[in-house]
Design a protein around this ligand. Structure first.
Ligand SMILES: [Zn+2]
Length: 111
């Protein structure tokens, strides 16, 4: 699955690099070499919903003593996670803004 670059509109960004992208560590388009990233609120929301869904699946499987139910719900959560990442929106960012954001993140980490 490849995402469309917000700069050149080519389906050139691999899903793995999009999933790991942030303001401080954006993904680079192999076609136009410009940077883009997923909003932290979006990626954090997807991770939060996925963890919530997995906990819910385990609880439901335990309450109804059904491994099949838990496995089915985990599969459903995995499918929804994949769908959410497929529809995620990418935002363009300049090299200077990305560099500044990485520096700010590092300073916040070191404090
Ligand atoms: Zn591009």
């Amino acid at each position: 699955m490849r995402h469309t670059c917000p700069h050149c509109r080519q389906p050139s960004l691999p899903g793995r690099s999009v999933r790991g992208s942030s303001r401080g560590a954006p993904c680079t388009c192999p076609h136009c070499a410009r940077l883009s990233h997923v909003l932290a609120s979006t990626s954090g929301g997807i991770v939060g919903l996925t963890v919530f869904g997995l906990v819910l699946a385990i609880v439901a499987g335990t309450v109804w003593s059904s491994v099949v139910l838990a496995a089915g719900l985990v599969l459903l959560v995995a499918c929804v996670n994949r769908l959410m990442w497929r529809r995620v929106e990418l935002w363009p960012i300049s090299r200077e803004a990305a560099r500044r954001s990485a520096r700010v993140s590092l300073l916040a980490f070191l404090r």
